[in-house]
Design a protein around this ligand. Structure first.
Ligand SMILES: Cc1ncc(COP(=O)(O)O)c(C=O)c1O
Length: 399
């Protein structure tokens, strides 16, 4: 499928500032359509929801359209879309709710591949309830999360398995469907962190076997909004803390206080933007799946050159060797701390991240936690060969 990178880049005003934005894994830039959708919401007048006047109705429509857009993006149902400020906040909220009925003897399984936002909320909730935490380990040689180990980790005592769809540092995309199938066979729920996977691949929560799928719009060209997509029927079985007059059913029960309505308009525009990155026909769900398949192909081609370039440099140590991965490189440079590398690259107008990037357990496994982590250079759909070349040139100069 064709991927017109010049057209894609032209959609992003921020990209004209001369920087190579290889920091997308920490947050992407916003296209004009998203900026305009947010501005339009304010221009048109918005009110709080539930009122008798048009500005209030507009906010109500924005919320419904946002839920539908996120359902289209993930293959979920709009009535199962919980909206909130970010993934971490929503995951703490769900950990609090889901752990209500855990007790001594119950178990949760987390993985050392995950961002801490899909580890600590579960570990802390289990701690409060006296439940046991079991750890799925990363194979250091391959940076894979072998699904076979879940056979030993799971039992009829397992209440929940939390696992990422992609590592935000080494890029590993574990076999979530196999892990979820094993978890379901044991009677456990599956909470999938889709924050790093969603910008890079088509998502189908049903095929993944995700009972809960979390993602954050600011990682895929949208505003700073998070969501968790679940089966509506499953949500109805849960009783989160909520204010007495707040909604008694549906995803609204999990959403506290007044929503960021204008930003939610931006989320729907971001999904539409993802659906339009490559030419595709049909309803938005079909278009977004086809478009994200083209994104995956484009990004992985670009990433192969980035990895080859870094691998050829003797002063660079690369982490991340998984067979299936997101286009995210994690590396150290001999003689320079990760922070120094990031600073030197910034002076060349190349944006990269340094540190553990909150993949705190994995940084420990890789022996990087106490040495400043590593450098992360991640591709998203608006990066091009020039960005990759500038990174490679700047890193080569550090030899
Ligand atoms: C894989 C992954 N999970 C979770 C998070 C936390 O997301 P949020 O900032 O929306 O809380 C991040 C953020 O970097 C991430 O990369």
């Amino acid at each position: 499928m064709t991927f017109d990178i010049d057209r894609v880049r032209a959609a992003y005003p921020a990209l004209s500032d001369g920087y190579a934005y290889l920091d997308g894994a920490a947050g992407t830039q916003a296209p004009t359509a998203v900026i305009e959708a947010i501005a339009d919401a304010y221009r048109s007048g918005i009110g709080n929801v539930g009122g008798a006047f048009p500005a209030s109705e507009r906010s109500g429509s924005i919320v419904s359209e946002c839920r539908q857009a996120l359902a289209d993006l993930t293959g979920g149902h709009p009535d199962g879309v919980i909206l909130g400020p970010n993934m971490t906040t929503l995951t703490y909220r769900l950990a609090d709710t889901l752990s209500r009925h855990w007790g001594p003897g119950d178990e949760v399984v987390v993985s050392r591949l995950d961002h801490d936002a899909n580890i600590r909320p579960w570990v802390q909730a289990a701690g409060r309830r006296g439940a046991t935490v079991r750890w799925a380990e990363v194979d250091i040689a391959t940076t894979e999360l072998p699904p076979a180990q879940y056979g030993d980790l799971l039992s009829e005592r397992t209440r929940l398995v939390a696992v990422t769809a992609a590592s935000n540092v080494v890029g590993t995309r574990p076999d979530v469907a196999a892990i979820a199938a094993a978890a379901h066979a044991a009677g456990a729920l599956v909470y999938v962190d889709g924050v790093h996977a969603t910008p890079h691949v088509p998502v189908d929560v049903g095929a993944l076997g995700a009972d809960f799928y979390a993602t954050s719009a600011y990682k895929w060209s949208g505003p700073h909004i998070g969501t968790v997509v679940a089966q509506p029927a499953l949500l109805e079985t849960l009783r989160p803390d909520k204010l007495a007059p707040a909604p008694a059913d549906g995803p609204g029960r999990f959403e506290r206080g007044t929503a960021a309505f204008a930003d939610l308009a931006g989320v729907a525009a971001a999904v539409e933007h993802l659906a339009s990155l490559a030419p595709a026909a049909g309803r938005r769900r079909q278009r977004v799946v086809a478009s994200m398949a083209a994104v995956e192909e484009y990004e992985m081609r670009l990433f192969a050159g980035l990895l080859d370039g870094l691998a050829a440099m003797e002063h660079v140590t690369l982490y991340g060797k998984a067979a299936r991965r997101a286009p995210t490189a994690f590396f150290t440079v001999a003689g320079h701390s990760p922070r120094k590398v990031a600073e030197k690259l910034a002076a060349r107008q190349v944006n990269v991240w340094n540190g553990d990037n909150y993949a705190w357990e994995l940084a420990g496994v890789l022996g990087l936690r106490d040495s400043g982590g590593a450098v992360r250079a991640g591709l998203v759909h608006y990066n091009d060969q020039a960005d990759v070349d500038r990174l490679l040139t700047a890193v080569a100069e550090l030899a």
